[in-house]
Design a protein around this ligand. Structure first.
Ligand code: GLV
Length: 317
């Protein structure tokens, strides 16, 4: 029987399934393992089922025992794992695409709506019990007929586009490559970020975190946006230079910000916390029971497939 280290607590039905298939080392206390503990616990195991809170960098991978053949990430984003170092150590890395697309696109829409319609301020007013209606009380920006820039038109970007279109938004996007016209559904392609940002009344970041996308929102690129633009991020915190974004908000170049993901989570750049027009969530993209169950099942299926066939459809390295 294969031995699998599961680094974080999963939902009960998923843990029960795991325990039926393998000799599993579960983490019922849901402690976040420091790297040395993860290395220690993985000794004698054949694979690791890990989460985005596990930073499996080159140093960690080089110290994993030779028995580890697969790292199955409970996420679609794989920025927490050095996939190249894994390949060099003959370790297959897999992820969980598709199953979280709809849930994450819903959170992207929540960020857009929450930022544009000033939801954080509004909730505060209601809780303080001191609001009264007036003609210009908490006026926000309307989505209808505004231009949505989507940075990264993959599965999640595409699902955001569909939803935003239903709100009457005009869709623009930048991606490594242009989609086939039949898949664009009217969205307008920009072959560079300057061109995309300059037409983005609202931006939704949906690209993966890579060397190329790190700090793609920075002092220079913020200048490309129309005055009063809104920036939202439901992908990964690494895409944003936080200091530059907060400064652009203070200077009123940027009207509002909507964030679900952060540099150095669960920490958050303190500058966001004392600005009124920042709508923030604690990385909830895939956080529905249906989606989290499906993600864990896929992370399990990936390991099963790998040990059955010697490879896996959702291999990323
Ligand atoms: C969640 O953030 C994921 O990448 O799956």
């Amino acid at each position: 029987m294969k031995k699998i280290l599961v680094t974080r607590r999963l939902l009960k039905s998923n843990e029960e399934r795991i325990s039926k298939i393998w000799e599993a080392k579960l983490n019922s206390n849901d402690e976040i393992y420091p790297q040395n503990k993860l290395i220690e616990l993985s000794k004698g195991c054949d694979g690791i089922l890990c989460s985005i809170t596990d930073k499996i960098d080159e140093k960690t991978i080089n110290q994993l025992s030779d028995s580890i053949k697969i790292i199955s990430n409970f996420a679609v984003g794989i920025g927490n794992i050095d996939t190249k170092a894994a390949r060099e150590n003959n370790i297959v890395v897999t992820n969980t695409p598709d199953v979280l697309t709809n849930a994450t696109a819903e959170i992207a829409m929540l960020l857009i709506l929450g930022a544009a319609r000033r939801a954080s301020e509004a909730i505060k007013w209601v809780k303080n019990k001191n609001w009264k209606w007036s003609v210009d009380f908490l006026m926000g920006k309307q989505l209808y007929e505004s231009r949505l820039g989507i940075l990264g038109m993959g599965r999640i970007g595409g699902a955001v586009a569909k939803r935003a279109k239903a709100f009457g938004m005009k869709i623009h996007y930048h991606n490594r490559s242009k989609l086939k016209s039949s898949l664009e559904e009217g969205a307008i392609y920009h072959n560079n970020i300057k061109s995309l940002f300059s037409v983005s009344d609202i931006l939704s970041i949906n690209c993966p975190a890579t060397k190329e996308t790190k700090n793609i929102i920075n002092k220079e690129t913020l200048d490309f946006f129309p005055a009063g633009a809104i920036i939202t991020n439901s992908a990964r915190g690494e895409m944003i230079d936080d200091e530059a974004l907060v400064q652009a908000l203070i200077n009123k170049k940027i009207y509002a910000i909507g964030l679900d993901v952060y540099n150095g989570e669960p920490n958050i750049y303190p500058g966001y916390l004392n600005q009124k027009n920042v709508f923030i969530l604690p990385h909830l993209g895939s956080a529905t029971k249906k989606t989290r169950t499906a993600m864990a099942n896929l992370a399990i299926d990936n390991i099963v497939e790998f040990f059955d066939k010697g490879n896996c459809t959702n291999r990323v390295n």
